[in-house]
Design a protein around this ligand. Sequence first.
Ligand code: NAP
Length: 475
Amino acid sequence: MLYINGEWRKARSGKEAEVRNPATGERIGRVAWCGKQETEEAIQSADTAFQKWKRVPAGKRSAYLLKAASIMKEKAEELAETITTEMGKPISEARREIQTATGYLEWFAEEAKRVYGDTVPASQNDKQLMVLKEPVGVTAAITPWNFPMSMVTRKIAPAIAAGCTVVLKPAPVTPLSAIRVFECLHEAGLPKGVANLVIGPAEEIGPVLTKSPVVRKLTFTGSTAVGKKLIRDSADTVKKVSMELGGHAPFIVFADADLERAVQGAIDAKFVNNGQTCICVNRIYVEEKVADEFGRMLAAKASALKIGNGLNEDTELGPLIHHFAFEKVQAHVRDAIEKNGVILCGGKPYKAEGLEGFFYEPTVIHHANEEMKIATEETFGPVVPIFSFQDEQEVIEKANRTRYGLAAYCYTNDLGRGLRMMNELEYGIVGINDAAPVTVQGPFGGYKESGIGREGGKSGILEYLEEKYVSIRMM
Ligand code: NAP
């Protein structure tokens, strides 16, 4: 169903699309599949609602978000199952995603009350200078499938908190998760039109959102290629844009590091969500003298990961989301082998009875080189190459030699080196001896072609605010 102006609706054409479980291929639902007209109606509804919502006191806006978070928590188990059946991640990870998704609602409910302005010292006694913060306006939000609930709340919570209204287009492979979040907002009594949901083809909905002069803000999470297109398409109406795009994270291990911890860190930061996250490790750099040992230890742990249907409690790796993802993983592995990479584990699809989806074995490739596709392209799957290096300067240059700049990781027991790496890595997120740096109170976002703006943290809400400078002459 679509959610427009506070009502659950079908598409005007009556069209529907199927949703399938990527682990089993089973059909798990049907959703309304809309187009241009419903998107225009959703924008109209958001625009009408904005005129009232921007005047609702921050404390009240906050209360709606807190209520929605508490409803989501009550339904946590059922929501986690929706995530797992729709996109395949292990149920334990889906439960963590619900915590993050509700965490964003709660964090921005608090931030709503802290949108302070400024007074500015004037250069004349008869003037009073102030800076006010105001909501940007109607916001279009476009989200990917890999975190189908937390990516939604990471956008709509700060928008609603700031006093904006929203039209969300989720990824078409994970619409049920978005519907579940909207059910919680509806149950929380959010006034009609404040949040609207459209589900349908990107090529129809996208241009309506980007070309509309009513939409003042576009927030997008997805690939860098699509992000660039959306920036271009938004240029004619000069929208404020935030872009959370692709990544190519280096994971650097110095010989002085605790290798056990580094290996576990690499497992966590590579194989979470089956390698389908923007901050997943894409390149492991290990100091040459410990590279073989690290490779053996990593392959031993990776090959022990349990593959299966995410609904089984012991599953650690689910399926890839679709055929294209599977093809890309296979192409990267084939290419690495052709270019003299050595497969330490995995390297082939995983097959088992009852699993019809696109499963691939966790794969570690040793002796990687910069000619390989995997060295520069996002794999988005359970495959990781190991490169070796001799010294700090060399690895800093190699780690930074990419058009991406989202997340980077470094393992070392030398404090000075850790601090130097913190300063030198050209990335928006840096984990030093920490493979899980992301948290709702930290700003999330990338340098270079990994994006524009930040989500979460105290800066997250600023993306949805305009500054109005006021000068008052008192005499
Ligand atoms: P994608 O292909 O860029 O799609 C993301 C969303 O954009 C989907 O809803 C997609 O719908 C929509 N879309 C595509 N073309 C569009 C257009 N012309 N107009 C409007 N909407 C359009 O990315 P994905 O494969 O879903 O996600 C994986 C990518 O997201 C990776 O590159 C990953 O690194 C990145 N990502 C980044 C972050 C971050 O925070 N930086 C977080 C998660 C993922 P359709 O499916 O219908 O095309």
